[in-house]
Design a protein around this ligand. Sequence first.
Ligand code: ZN
Length: 410
Amino acid sequence: MTDQFSARGSSAPSPVLLAGQVLEWSLGSENLNSPAGSADQEVRRMSLPRCVGGLRPDIMTSAERMEAVMVGLRPDRVPFNLFGAGFSARNVGYPVEVVYTDPQKCLRAQLWTGEQFGCEPTTGTGYASYGAYEFGGEIRMPRSRWESAPSIVRPAVESEEDLEKLDLPDVKDAGMIPTLMGISKLQERLGLPISCGISGDPATNAANMVDVNRFCRWMVKKPELAHRALRLSTDHIIQAWDYWIETFGAERVSVGVYVTIGANQIMSPKQFEEFVIPYQVELHDRIRDTGIKGAMFHICGEQNLNLPMIRELYLGTRQTPFMLSFGHEVDLDRAIEMFPDSIICGNVEPQIIQNGTPQRVYEVTRIAIEKGKSAPRGFILMTGCDLPPMAPGYNVWTMRKAVSDFGFYD
Ligand SMILES: [Zn+2]
């Protein structure tokens, strides 16, 4: 990975030439199956970072920086991951929905936005409503300024009978999987890290499959039905991971696991123990057993009371490069103390980036960086959850300036 980045960086064409190439490229329509050397390679090349005025110059490339963190070495500075596919689309003039429907635009938007703000490149996507569409329900793409991601129009299960009849879907054809696979194939062609966009969150996917309110009622009144939905959603995730592993090889694939509905705003710690942990144990074991290259565990929202149980997932086990991403509700000092062997990511509050003044964004970013830099296994600056598509670009630039001012390890 490092070699590819540095080799291409040394032969990057001049900005003048790039401008013409981009114009030509943007007018063409690209076939996803066309061979390498295509217009997409030009997008990849133009997106390599150059010197940005006013920032302290980096010593490493983005790829070198991420590789250092992954293997446990200290990089030149804290990496900065946007966690913002929808924001990136809007930032380059695309509708937000392209990151869920169009692999090429999804990648272009994130590469261009990463280049603009000097962020470490991420190019995948995923969505928190996963599970409804994939099991036969219906979703709606974000169209208005109030919608930042797909939302559920109709769950796959509307009665106990529906759940009894429900089977696993064809993993290659279910819901958004063809688009997510298209993104991964494009990542492969461009020599980028391959991220599997399947939501590794059995409880949230099960709740999306049957409707969140119904799932919450079943957890209390009919737990056997909640567990049936969880069995289906867990088996689907494992099938999908296997599909990615067969296609690309475990050593090249990264996956994401989440505990979104397990947040204590929705679920009690006791329910977390019964309905979240056993299925997360299965997924964590699967990651270790298959040798999947990397995994990001997004511990979304208010999870303070669940942290001791989450820690159990890691005690006494081999540490794959596991990155643990926290929301602003979990203090980074506590996260570092509880998970000293994991790469800590987080946790600038998205609401502040969207609504706060640049001064406030700079301040909360500085605090996150200064706490995060003490993480013994490494730290990646991220938003605490998805960067809102409507966040002002200047606030994101302000975060990048704080990385330059406080993020270097010297
Ligand atoms: Zn989140």
